[in-house]
Design a protein around this ligand. Structure first.
Ligand SMILES: [Zn+2]
Length: 511
């Protein structure tokens, strides 16, 4: 294999430093190759960021800026795979992508290219194409973690270590059998484990768990890296300790931008319970910390979903002017929606941008590091990109939950995503030293350029020629040479068409 990209979901240098972890193999790549921070996208979440990796486009262009969306009728909907943009497995022939989020339903157009999807797949049979289900290691392949195991951290960490090893085994067999020029395998477990760190009170407890998982990821990464001449390590976003939650919805409500409504009986009861707990928690830091931990355990289960909904204000969308979708993304209720209340969105967006930028905690510290309009955040924002993206200050997390203490900022003791992830590359194609200012959208153009492939003229990202040893400029495909994305439905249709034609031919209707 000429080049292998190893995805390390949610891994960043600050987490390795914080828990004093020096993974044997990964550290060798960091030190002897080229490495540095990798800037994620808005929002710095798994699906938007991996879709940006796969397409070389930012979420304004690929249309997946968040994990969820609101429809014109304000209903919440989960996202579907992007089906309009050519992706890595279309642009590259002789490639294998194992466990790529945001790709379910896509069929590679690259010649001898293979795709195993992740996230939003019904089960592993749905995620893995038939011919790859024939691999010996498919039986033991695990698509997703069992969230119920989170209630017992020891079992959960055993479980995610096991998932990591099985994914390595499956990727290894696929690479051996199909001998790709470019390979990709995502290890999701640093992200999953990162979220579970929130369940513990202190780093002394967290450290050994996280360290054990990273040792497993490290040795599995080393096993796959042996198969390639060049290795790229990347994450989609980083992780960090969060000391403060930001309750932007509470602010929008108190300032009259957001309307809420009466709950039905069931959620009123749940809300009452949450309200009582909140009042108790306000009186005691100790009690608040115990409740927060219990909450983190419960949230991992289905029961947690209804609790989370109960702790989220019930928004009256048709009577609101603006709301937060999640992760600091603000939408104004303009004519994209069924009951618009905003005539001049530009004016309201400017007003909100100024006011949200000015929000501080009680000590006067900014809650957000930057509040961007869609045009500022994205190269070419589509209609359904958020109107404002409020990027939280370091250590802050923009939650959709109501404030337990009443203010717009409340103390927390959590781990969650941050923008800066990591990038490293090692092998004869790459130089050494530090890479600066690289973004997730730059990875695919850089990898394609490194292996001598022409780039898509539609990429938002750039090939980072400065990290490649050979001194040459990228070449580009003509627009008409860009592969057209394919989906399983299209294949089904064309197979059906073919079957109909065959039958008609049998009957003598077609010559
Ligand atoms: Zn992620």
């Amino acid at each position: 294999m000429k080049l292998l990209v190893l995805g390390l979901d949610g891994l960043s240098f600050n987490m390795l430093d914080r828990f004093d972890i020096e993974p044997e193999y990964l550290s060798t790549v960091f030190e002897s190759g080229i490495s540095g921070d990798l800037m994620s996208v808005d929002t710095p979440t798994t699906l938007p960021a991996w879709t940006s990796f796969a397409t070389g486009k930012d979420p304004g262009s690929h249309g997946r800026p968040n994990m969820i969306r609101r429809l014109p009728n304000y209903e919440r909907d989960t996202l579907e795979t992007n089906t309009k943009d050519a992706a890595a497995y279309d642009l590259l022939d002789d490639s294998i992508f194992i466990n790529l989020p945001g790709s379910i339903g896509r069929v590679p157009t690259g010649e001898n290219s293979h795709l195993v999807a992740a996230m939003m797949a019904k089960d592993k049979e749905d995620a893995v194409p038939n011919h790859l289900q024939e691999l010996d290691t498919f039986d033991d392949y695990v698509l997703d973690h069992d969230k119920a195991k989170k209630a017992r951290p020891d079992d959960y960490f055993d479980h995610v270590c096991e998932i990591t090893r099985r994914r390595r085994d499956f990727a290894k067999e696929a690479f051996q059998k199909y001998d790709p020029e470019v390979g990709f395998c995502l290890f999701s477990t640093p992200d999953w484990a990162g979220h579970l760190l929130s369940n513990f009170s202190d780093d002394a407890t967290r450290g050994p768990y996280y360290r054990r998982l990273l040792e497993t990821v490290d040795s599995c990464a080393a096993d796959l890296a042996e198969m390639a001449d060049n290795v790229v390590l990347m994450s989609d976003h980083g992780f960090e300790y969060k000391h403060t939650n930001i309750h932007l919805s509470d602010w929008l409500q108190e300032e009259g931008y957001l309307a809420t409504k009466q709950n039905d009986d069931a959620s009123r009861t749940a809300k009452l319970a949450v309200g009582t707990a909140k009042r108790l928690a306000k009186r005691s830091d100790w009690l608040f910390e115990r409740m927060r931990q219990a909450y983190n355990y419960i949230i991992a289960t289905d029961a947690g979903q209804s609790l989370q909904e109960a702790a989220t204000p019930t928004i009256d969308y048709p009577n609101s002017r603006a709301w937060q979708l999640r992760y600091g993304c603000v939408f104004v209720n303009d004519d994209r929606f069924d009951h618009p209340t905003v005539d001049d969105p530009t004016e309201l967006i400017a007003e909100l941008q100024e006011r949200i930028s000015a929000l501080t905690d009680e000590d006067g510290n900014d809650l957000f590091r930057a509040v961007l309009t869609a045009d500022e955040a994205y190269n070419d924002p589509g209609e359904w990109t958020p109107d404002l993206i409020a990027r939280p200050a370091p250590g802050h997390y923009p939650t959709t939950l109501e404030s337990p203490t009443g203010g717009y900022a409340s103390d927390t003791n959590n781990f969650n995503h941050r923008y800066r992830g990591l990038f490293a590359a090692r092998g004869p194609l790459f130089g050494s030293g530090e890479v600066e200012g690289m973004s997730v959208v730059d990875v695919l153009p850089t990898v394609m350029h490194a292996v001598g492939q022409p780039l898509s003229p539609e990429f938002d990202g750039k090939a980072r020629t400065d990290i490649i040893v050979e001194d040459r400029q990228p070449s580009y495909l003509a627009s008409e040479e860009l592969p057209t994305p394919r989906t399983r439905e299209m294949l089904d249709d064309s197979e059906r068409d073919q079957a109909v034609e065959d039958r008609l031919a049998d009957l003598g209707y077609l010559e």
